[in-house]
Each structure stands twice: as structure tokens, then as C-alpha cells.
Design a protein around this ligand. Structure first.
Ligand code: 16G
Ligand code: ZN
Length: 536
């Protein structure tokens, strides 16, 4: 207790304004970096408890604020299989971080150990990494202090993308067992992806150059490193890495990156995008992906998370059919209310696959996707992945192929299962998956874009006095509170053809968001304004 107390005094928590709490939200604790040192120390204490509670398995801690500006930072915990922290523990994280004094903190730490029957004498292991933000170094120092004070073993992986840290957690906890996820090192991650990429391509050709905008974040150097692992004689992958300057932290996510492209609906101004060039953007910690190009005839066109999701679902669906596994495998697609209605229609009517809608936030989508043999999940913002169940993996290995085509399909499925990050959305891995699919289908981005036409839509942010007054049901598609608000929204929606609109409280800012779709751009905009007026 003394050690924890002394260490805690070195990393004091900054009191917030009266009535405000630090909260472990959808992305962990995220805010201005100067508030985070004490928070990170306390997260260190919790991760040590979590590891002891999970039979001394390794727990991950990632220091990143993703697509936020450089002055922000964040800290989140990764569970043993590389998944997001179990939801019940988010509450504990919030409680521990908000302990008013160092003494209260130690008291609560011990009480949690007693209540949860955690043996504080058992071993604990925590591994961690950080993105390129300058504040990250100070925060991992606080984290290491907490791990020293709690006598936990720890490994500092230094600079990593968020999905790499998730990979390392799972690899650490499966090392040496039959379900081993890969070598426990950053190089192990590259080797696994490169080998799966080569197997999935199987001498197919990739057309032209792919330009990758790395948001001036950690994805830049990591992508360049990865490319060294691809055997040039096996795959011709010509990549141009841009916006990969991590030496000037102030330009992180500035006018570039996946979030910029998605919210501004335009390419980064630098470097100037030439018509016809296949391009994609990562976000600052490389867990989101957007594809786009400038069509010489029609202009800028973006392929977002909905498009990646339907592309993956269609390709995997075809492979399952060719592999003769159609009757045994349940394939499903998980979306949120933000998914464009045209994508949902395409997946259900054209691909004839099941779609489930969940609330916003990766943990919700991930959880539902685990219920399928093959679960495809993406948020429209470009975060997502494809999950394969143990039964599916076994079937790819053990099914006796009846023809060369069937063998090819089974091999490709097995390669994809290795290529696609099974722990969390991963821009690098998702990008490789897209490249594989385009090469197999011999598609350009234009061919991909032709699969369906998006419904015109609009997303607006609405300032409200207190966002906590807005409660949703039906996967955030309807408001249950304030009373009467949903009836008013319904009244407006009814006035438009093929229209849909919803309002929800943001999980990351003190504001509400309103989304609308309608048959024309003008109507989608007008409907969003009207619903925003109801909310205000
Ligand atoms: C967080 C979520 C993201 C979600 C976004 C919504 C994770 C790792 N991140 O960034 O998935 O789309 O929040 O933000 O779950 P909002 O609640 O402010 O609209
Ligand atoms: Zn991110």
C-alpha cells in the first residue's frame, strides 16, 4: 500500500470541475493530454488487477487518441484475447480514476481486490504501446510506475498502432498453445500478414499503384516496415506512402487521415490527388480505413466502412459457396444505424445475407459478430474487421476439396482468416484484404463503387444543454426520452419519400448527432435540419 501511495503522489489526478467525472467511454479515457497523467497511473493499477483476475494472463494498455488533434491523448485497456475491456470493468475503471485522494485510491484498490476475490500475491502481466503523440512518453512513465508499485511484470512495446498492440496481447496469451495467434513480436505481426497476403493473392496481379495517406501518424512508419516483409518475386504490390511525417507532431491528423476524408467528404489537400489514382487513408492510430479516388468524369468518390463491409461479405460469401460450405456456415453482417440504407438493402436483398444493427461503438459490433460462423462488421467511419469462428477455421483446414476450384476457395478462405485481424479493426490488415478482393475480382475502385448507389444523407452535430437527457432504444434508431421527441421526428420523416432519420447522444462529446437519409440530397439536408430543430 505504501508503494502505491507514494507512486500515486508522483502522478496526481487533476480535479475536474464540480459535478464532472472522468469516464471510461467507448474509447477508454480520452481528453487533453495534460489531464491524463494521474488517469493513466490509475489505469495501470486497474490493469494489474485485471491481469490477476484473469489468471495472470497479459492485459494490454494502449495510449492513443486515434484521430483526435495532437494535443489530446487517451488510454484504454485490452483484454486477454485482444478484445476491448469487458463492459463491467469500465465502471470499475471510472470509479478508480475518480477516487478523490491518493488514500481513497489505495482503499478502493484494496476493496476491489477483496470484492472480486483477487489474490494480490499472484503474478500480473501488462504490455503496452503508444502512438506518436509527444505526451505519450510521460503517460507510459506513469503507467510503468503503477506496474512497479503493484509488482507486475510489464513489457513496453514503445511505438505501435492500436491493432498491433491488440495482436501482441492475443499472441502473448496464446503463445505455445495450439491456438497460437502468431509470434510475440512486432516482426511476428508483419510476418503473419505478409505470408497470409501472399497466400491469399496466389499469383494474382495487383493493378497500378496504391497511395496510402497515413494521417502523419504511427501507421506511416509501420506500413513502410511491413512492406519490407513482402517477397517481391511473389506479389507485385506497388505502394506510395504519403503523409507519414511523424517528426512534426502538430500535423498529426491535420487535414489528412480517414476521419478527415469521411467527415469532409474530400481527399486531403496534400499531396494533391491525381485523377484515377487508387488511394486510401488510415487514421492516427491505424485502426480505420477509407478508400477513394477522383474519377475523371464524375469527381471524388469515397468507399467507406459500409462499402468495405459489403465488399468483404460478397467475396467471402462467394468463396464459401465455391468451397461447398454454404449449408454449414452462417455468414452475417453487423452494422450501426449510420450504415447507409442502400448498403443494408444490397446486403440483404442482393447478397441475401443477414444484417444485424447494434449501437455505435466497436465493442457492440464485435460482440454480435462473434455470434456468426463468419461475422463481418464495420462502422461507416471505416473501423471494422471480419471474425471467423473456430468451426469455420476447422472447416477450411479439414474439408476435402472435390475440385481445383474448391481447393482454391478453401485456401483463400484460410489465408483470409490469417490476414484479417481477429482482435479489432486494423487499417493495414483491412487494406490488404481489400487489395486481395479487388485482385481476385479484377475490379477497379469504379467497379467496386458500381455495386450500389448510396442514398443521399446528412450528419449534423447539435449542441444541447444536457446530452444525457436523450435515451435511445432499438440500436439507437429511436429515442425513448425526452417524451414525445420520437413522435415529432416520425412526423417529419413521414413527409419525405424513402426517408430515415435518428438522433442520439454522442458517446465522445457533449452533443447530440442527427443522421438523415432521403431520396434527394436536398431532402436529406432539410430533414436533418428539421430533426435537429426538434432536438435543440
Ligand atoms: C468511438 C468509437 C467508434 C465510434 C465513435 C462514435 C471505438 C474503439 N471507438 O470513437 O467506434 O464510431 O466513438 O462517436 O469503439 P460518437 O459517440 O461521438 O458519435
Ligand atoms: Zn483510430
Amino acid at each position: 500500500d505504501e508503494k502505491i501511495l507514494a507512486a500515486s503522489k508522483r502522478h496526481p489526478i487533476v480535479p475536474l470541475e464540480k459535478g464532472q467525472l472522468y469516464t471510461y467511454g467507448t474509447a477508454g479515457f480520452r481528453m487533453r493530454a495534460d489531464l491524463l497523467e494521474g488517469v493513466t497511473f490509475r489505469v495501470g493499477l486497474l490493469s494489474a488487477l485485471r491481469s490477476r483476475k484473469q489468471n495472470s494472463q497479459a492485459i494490454g494498455v494502449m495510449i492513443t487518441a486515434s484521430h483526435n488533434p495532437a494535443a489530446d491523448n487517451g488510454v484504454k485497456i485490452v483484454d486477454p484475447m485482444g478484445e476491448m475491456l469487458e463492459q463491467d470493468w469500465e465502471r470499475l475503471a471510472t470509479a478508480l480514476v475518480n477516487s478523490p485522494t491518493d488514500e481513497d485510491l489505495v482503499k478502493l484498490y484494496n476493496r476491489l481486490a477483496t470484492d472480486l476475490k483477487i489474490d494480490l500475491g499472484s503474478p500480473a502481466k501488462v504490455i503496452y504501446g503508444r502512438d506518436t503523440r509527444p505526451s505519450g512518453y510521460r503517460l507510459v512513465t506513469a503507467l510503468a510506475d503503477a506496474l512497479e508499485a503493484t509488482e507486475s511484470e510489464y513489457v513496453d512495446y514503445k511505438l505501435l498502432t492500436t491493432p498491433q498492440l491488440h495482436y501482441l496481447v492475443r499472441a502473448t496469451n496464446t503463445e505455445g498453445n495450439p491456438l497460437s495467434y502468431g509470434e510475440v513480436s512486432e516482426a511476428g505481426y508483419y510476418k503473419k500478414l505478409a505470408s497470409a497476403f501472399v497466400r491469399a493473392m496466389k499469383s494474382r496481379k495487383i493493378d497500378g499503384t496504391l497511395t496510402v495517406d497515413c494521417a502523419n501518424g504511427i501507421g506511416g512508419p509501420k506500413l513502410s516496415e511491413f512492406l519490407k516483409y513482402i517477397p517481391k518475386d511473389k506479389v507485385n504490390f506497388d505502394v506510395r506512402v504519403v503523409n507519414d511525417d511523424i517528426l512534426r507532431p502538430e500535423i498529426l491528423n491535420l487535414n489528412c487521415g480517414a476521419d478527415y476524408v469521411k467527415t469532409k467528404q474530400r481527399p486531403p489537400p496534400i499531396p494533391k490527388l491525381q485523377p484515377g489514382v487508387r488511394t486510401c487513408s488510415f487514421d492516427g492510430d491505424a485502426d480505420r480505413l477509407m478508400y477513394y479516388w477522383i474519377d475523371p468524369q464524375t469527381g471524388f468518390f469515397m468507399l467507406d466502412g459500409d462499402r468495405i463491409s459489403s465488399l468483404a461479405a460478397s467475396f467471402i460469401g462467394e468463396l464459401i459457396e465455391s468451397a461447398g460450405l454454404k449449408d454449414e456456415m452462417r455468414i452475417g453482417v453487423v452494422q450501426t444505424a449510420y450504415a447507409n440504407g442502400a448498403s443494408t438493402t444490397y446486403i440483404t436483398q442482393h447478397l441475401k445475407l443477414e444484417v444485424i444493427c447494434t449501437p455505435t461503438g466497436v465493442k457492440h459490433l464485435h460482440h454480435v459478430a462473434q455470434g456468426f460462423d463468419i461475422g463481418v462488421y464495420f462502422e461507416a467511419n471505416g473501423h471494422g474487421t471480419v471474425l471467423f469462428s473456430p468451426d469455420a477455421l476447422l472447416a477450411f483446414e479439414e474439408k476435402e476439396p472435390q475440385s481445383p476450384a474448391q481447393k482454391d476457395a478453401l485456401d483463400t478462405l484460410a489465408a483470409l482468416a490469417d490476414l484479417i485481424n481477429q482482435t479489432v479493426g486494423d487499417a493495414l490488415s483491412d487494406m490488404l484484404m481489400v487489395e486481395v478482393i479487388l485482385a481476385h475480382k479484377r475490379w477497379t475502385l469504379r467497379d467496386w463503387a458500381m455495386t450500389y448507389a448510396d442514398l443521399p444523407n446528412r450528419l449534423v452535430r447539435v449542441e444541447v444543454g444536457n446530452k444525457d437527457l436523450f435515451w435511445t432504444t432499438d440500436a439507437e434508431r429511436r429515442l425513448s426520452h425526452p417524451e414525445g421527441a420520437q413522435e415529432e421526428i416520425d412526423g417529419e420523416v413521414k413527409k419525405y419519400k424513402d426517408a430515415r432519420s435518428f438522433a442520439r447522444a454522442s458517446g465522445t462529446e457533449n452533443a447530440c448527432r442527427v443522421y438523415s437519409e432521403a431520396a434527394t440530397r436536398y431532402e436529406a439536408h432539410e430533414l436533418a435540419e428539421r430533426v435537429a430543430n426538434i432536438i435543440e
